[in-house]
Design a protein around this ligand. Sequence first.
Ligand code: UD1
Ligand code: MG
Length: 420
Amino acid sequence: MENTIAIVLAAGKGTRMKSEKSKQVHKILGKEIVLRAVENAKKAGIEDIIAVVGYKKEQVQAVLKDSVKYAYQDEMLGTGHAVMQAKEYLKGKTGKVVVLNGDVPILRPETIEKLIEKSNSNKEYATLLSAIYDNPYGYGRIIRDDGGNVEAIVEEKDADELQKEIKEINAGIYCFDIQELLKALDEINNDNASGEYYITDVIKIMNDKGLKTGAMIVEDNTEILGVNDKVQLEILTKILRLRINAEHMKNGVVIEDTSTTYIYDDVEIGTDTVIHPNTTIKSNTKIGSNCEIGPNAYIRENCELANNVKIGNCVEIKKTKIGEGSKVPHFIYLGDCEVGEHCNIGCGTITCNYDGFNKSRTEIGNNVFVGSNTNFVAPVKIGDNAFIGAGSTITEDVPEYALAIARQRQINKENWNKKD
Ligand code: UD1
Ligand code: MG
């Protein structure tokens, strides 16, 4: 999206979150809401992004790092005032700027793209995203003239009884012509019920000048929900989770119980893989076809599973690669590990991958049979076709085809428990 800039408003206090942390850094499926807003703009093809930060800005900046430019709002005087802080970045530029509320994290990137397209094809100077809500309480209402053209936005606090009846609400996502926005920003004031500078006033200012403005009604109402308290945080987590699960199911994955399946962003799963209940799969993981995962499986970041892999009950794996046809069936922890093809990892096996300072790797070849309750004290390598005796604590490499037994021999003390 050449020439398009995005401004993400992330300076607000978020009082209703009742938190020591900035609202913006609360997470939905492992990712901060403000980072989601920025990534949505990036996925819509916008590279030039300015975040307006203020309250607890160091927390927000620690998340966004140098993925955006920053504008600083020292006093929170409203959304219009927040946009004004980014003026320096807009001066002398032409084209469109998209303004996004930083607390609206599950907006689809395609919706941003559509908004820009509509704005361009209709030659509008301001295009906003709206939605129809049965209960519009709290939102800005869209005022249309008799011909259906958008005239203004009136905030809940400023609305009269008739305006409060309006069910079309402002989502807080806008596409503006940069030069006309700059001019309008000079004209907004804080003469309203909140005593704040509203970005929403720009619509009326442009209309009064005869500049064309419009609204695009979002198809999926849930996209534009904002996070204002922790109840909404949970609601949005659920909506996003079900959306991600549905995408996997449409791609051919079987999810037995979507209400207990947590799949984060950036996970690839092959067709006919079955996900059993109570399974969590974190980001940057790739799972092949015909695998069986769970129940109660915990697949953490950066795992790679080939086809026909079984990850069973109460198994946790992290930064682990598992080869075709291997089975990791129950009560197992594998971290920083590579398992070859057609291995069987016995119940209760763990990798001891952390010595308190460093993480070390466990490498297991192909066709290895690991007996139950094995400890792999990493770093350690197991050759192809090796066998590990149950209960072993493996501290040294095992050559291919070898049987390794690393436990004390059993002693039977005859008649030890006889009384006489
Ligand atoms: C805003 C809109 C309202 C819309 C709603 C949608 C205005 C005046 N109203 O209201 O029409 O229906 O969003 O969710 O814009 N922020 C700053 N600095 C400030 C104030 C806010 O950066 O001084 C940021 C907040 O961090 C937040 C975003 O702007 O990310 C929106 O602010 P918020 O106070 O939540 O606006 P709403 O009252 O929800
Ligand atoms: Mg809000």
